[in-house]
Design a protein around this ligand. Structure first.
Ligand SMILES: C[S@@+](CC[C@H](N)C(=O)[O-])C[C@H]1O[C@@H](n2cnc3c(N)ncnc32)[C@H](O)[C@@H]1O
Length: 220
């Protein structure tokens, strides 16, 4: 890869933390496609009922909001702090927004504009790497969940020792990759119970490198 190609790829990738402008829109379109396999695999571990009110945090381009709208007959909310993510999610789910079955809200996971005990399920696909204060942010998710509500986290990576490429990406994105132990410990410290994690050996959708996928599920 030439220096210029690497620079452009990095500029695009930087948008994973908070998509912005044209490049952010382009990355969102790519993530909608690239994350599909991770979602297809991980979501098998999540039971969704027709009555569930669902929140997708860090909803990006809104494909999972769209997916959940087909799995529940109740309301689905998407939350993201990025302008372009909110715009694209809203565009994708326009009809359900008009039908008042969906809301896309701009905001940070650290202080969500929802009442206590609002949701049956809160999901976070490929986003916790960027949450600024993980345990407190999980406490905030717990606050908005109903009693016995479920938090569901799916990540395409766990930390790999001496993986220079992973280290480079994480520095570029100012991101934190969590191990199974760290996920479990953080969920426990935030007050969640019945914590379980599942893994799958696969590949990183952006680099094509071997990667361990992980999803964590826990109850309020
Ligand atoms: C890598 S993208 C994943 C998007 C989508 N969940 C998917 O799987 O395609 C991460 C998303 O999380 C959002 N995000 C990151 N930190 C956030 C925070 N503190 N509060 C709300 N959204 C956040 C970003 O704006 C971005 O849209």
């Amino acid at each position: 890869m030439t220096h210029e190609e690497k620079y452009l790829k990095n500029e695009l990738l930087k948008n994973a933390r908070k998509p912005e402008g044209k490049l952010g829109g382009k990355l969102i379109d790519m993530m909608n496609e690239n994350h599909e396999s991770l979602v297809q695999w991980s979501i098998k571990h999540l039971d969704v009922c027709k009555e569930d009110v669902i929140l997708d945090i860090g909803c990006g381009g809104g494909v999972n909001v769209e997916r959940f709208l087909k799995m529940t007959e109740n309301k689905v909310y998407g939350l993201d702090y990025s302008d372009i993510a909110v715009e694209k999610s809203a565009e994708r789910n326009q009809k359900e927004i008009e039908d008042e079955r969906c809301e896309i809200i701009q905001g940070s996971v650290s202080k969500m504009p929802f009442n206590d005990n609002s949701f049956d399920i809160a999901t976070a696909f490929e986003t916790v790497y960027f949450w600024p204060d993980f345990v407190n942010d999980l406490k905030e998710v717990r606050r908005v969940l109903k009693d016995d509500g479920i938090i569901f986290i799916a990540n395409e990576a766990v930390p790999v020792k001496d993986n220079g490429r992973q280290k480079e990406f994480m520095e570029l994105l100012d991101a934190k990759i969590y191990s199974e132990e760290e996920l479990k410990d953080s969920l426990c410290r935030a007050g969640f119970k019945d914590i379980a994690c599942f893994n799958k050996e696969s590949t990183d959708s952006f680099t094509g490198d071997l990667a361990t996928w992980i999803c964590a599920i826990a109850k309020k």
